[in-house]
Design a protein around this ligand. Structure first.
Ligand code: NAD
Length: 484
């Protein structure tokens, strides 16, 4: 498949009780291409009746799916992984069209989702219980883990294929059924996933995909007594709202929320290597990655060397439509985020920072904002306090290891973090004290299917991936039986 071959954009629909619906006159919203502002398609919104149908279907399906053998669930997930790989280019092309990321990145996202499906297919076969030695021989005590029930998930727009697939895989592999509301901004990915699961033989009702006004959907579904668990990936304010509502109705939550990942570059680090890696990570998905490096604390002795090398690599990105050959950084997914980037730069500069490169939006259609490096950003500037979620890298300097760890830990975020040093002692000191759910030392090694991904503090609750992935999808039941 040639990435540049014109082909129609995905037919958008909902997926409820095994049927693709919504290609009628119901209300909806247009979907835009962030690279040129053109309209790609019309997304149907769910009515209350649609949501009731999805709830009813998920509840009915749960009664069957929970007793389906883990081997059979595994077989379906494996088939989905195969289909993902077969259709990767078609899925990736639509992902680039509605989300904006370069085609190469979209393809990578799709292939990595196949890995997640396969891993969950295997790990779902290992949801074990245990036997507790009894106090009397006539009693048998077992602890079993059972699927929690119908789940509702809200997936984000930055990795709409991978993140949606991860939520679906974890729920289904654990024996739960699911209603998912993916992000309306980049909907082709979830529609493609629904088609793949349908084709792989997933029974009707196990997976349901609905779209609509996010607050209306979440309000309705989270309150429903049918729903037992909520999973959300997105911003902290929305996560807190949904977690409060879930708490009021005593439902489990997994919250994967925003981060503002500190990067600690020590004076003994391999500076060219650190700068090249960080520039590449920062440019990924135009910086719209929850674990992107986003606050750069560089030892004063290597500040200039690092800033020069980083700026050179980061500013060399080729901005453009992700389907154009050679594009290495696409547009931001939303127009509103371009304005936010400009405000963050203006605020930092008003407090003494200087723009080393970038800083201004481009006068062309689409939501383009260039790679931007700010030097001497003070700790209380907005860009050092608020997750930029875009291609801005604020750099500041430090002197002492305990000083920089304290500064890094000063914010309420606690998702990812980065440390660059050749000293084992410094690495150990920083990695054990950084308040973050994940620490990368001298490389990027997180977000694999087999490793837990999750935040602490305001960055969330629970983990996706790793053997922890099923914790929120299963309940623990203790059974004590008198056997004689
Ligand atoms: P936003 O808070 O407006 O929306 C974030 C996501 O939440 C969107 O997908 C939206 O559809 C959904 N949402 C909003 N209100 C909701 C509600 N009441 N119920 C259910 N879903 C709801 O933020 P934004 O401007 O779209 O994105 C920027 C921010 O989002 C960033 O600062 C970042 O923190 C966060 N974000 C984080 C991740 C992540 O991977 N953790 C992914 C995407 C976005």
């Amino acid at each position: 498949m040639n990435a540049h071959q014109p082909a129609p954009y995905a037919a958008l629909s909902m997926y409820i009780d095994g049927q693709f619906i919504g290609n009628d006159s119901r209300q909806g919203e247009p979907v835009f291409n962030p690279a040129d502002d053109t309209i790609l398609g019309q997304l149907p919104h769910a009515t209350k009746e649609d949501m009731d149908r999805a709830l009813d279907a998920a509840a009915r399906a749960f009664d069957q799916w929970r007793w389906t053998s883990p081997l059979e669930r595994s077989r379906i997930l494996r088939r989905v992984a195969e289909l993902i790989r077969e259709r990767a280019d078609i899925i990736a092309r639509d992902l680039t069209r509605d989300q904006g990321k370069p085609f190469v990145e979209a393809r990578h996202e799709v292939y990595s989702a196949a890995d997640h499906a396969e891993w969950h297919a295997e790990e779902g076969r290992r949801i074990y219980g245990r036997v507790v030695p009894p106090r009397t021989p006539s009693v048998r005590q077992t602890v079993v883990r059972q699927p929690v029930g119908v789940c509702v998930a809200f997936a984000p727009w930055n990795f709409p294929f991978n993140q949606t697939l991860r939520k679906i895989s974890a729920a289904l592999a654990a024996g739960c059924t699911l209603i998912i509301k993916p992000a309306e901004d980049a909907p082709s990915a979830a529609v493609a996933l629904a088609r793949l699961f349908h084709e792989a033989g997933l029974p009707p009702g196990c997976l349901n995909v609905v779209w609509g006004v996010p607050a209306e959907i979440s309000n309705y579904l989270i309150r429903s007594p049918i729903v037992r668990k909520i999973s959300f990936t997105g911003s902290i304010p929305v996560g807190k709202q949904l977690a409060s509502l879930a708490g009021a109705h005593m439902k489990r939550v997994t919250m994967e929320l925003g981060g503002h990942s500190p990067v600690l570059v020590f004076d003994d680090a391999d500076i060219p290597r650190a700068a090249a890696l960080l520039a590449r990570l920062k440019a990924l998905n135009a910086g719209q990655v929850c674990m992107a490096p986003s606050r750069f604390y560089v030892h004063e002795a290597v500040r200039d060397e690092f800033t020069d090398a980083f700026t050179k690599a980061f500013s060399s990105q080729a901005l453009g439509d992700g389907l154009d050959a050679g594009t290495t950084m696409g547009p931001l997914a939303h127009k509103r985020r371009v304005g936010v980037m400009e405000q963050l730069v203006a605020d930092a500069c008003s407090r003494g920072a200087s723009v080393v490169t970038g800083g201004k939006s481009l006068s062309r259609p689409g939501n383009f904002f260039p790679p931007t490096v700010l030097i001497d950003a003070v700790d209380d500037s907005r860009v050092m306090q608020e997750e930029p979620f875009g291609p801005i890298a604020p750099i500041t300097s430090f002197r002492e290891v305990d000083e920089v760890v304290t500064r890094a830990n000063a914010l309420p975020y606690g998702l990812a973090s980065y440390v660059f040093t050749r000293s084992l002692k410094t690495s150990h000191y920083a990695s054990t004290r950084l308040e973050a759910g994940m620490v990368n030392v001298n490389h990027f090694g997180i977000a694999l299917p087999e490793t837990p991904l999750g935040g602490i503090k305001d960055s969330g609750v629970g983990s996706e991936g790793g053997s922890e992935t099923f914790d929120a999808y299963v309940t623990t039941k203790f059974i004590s039986e008198e056997t004689a």
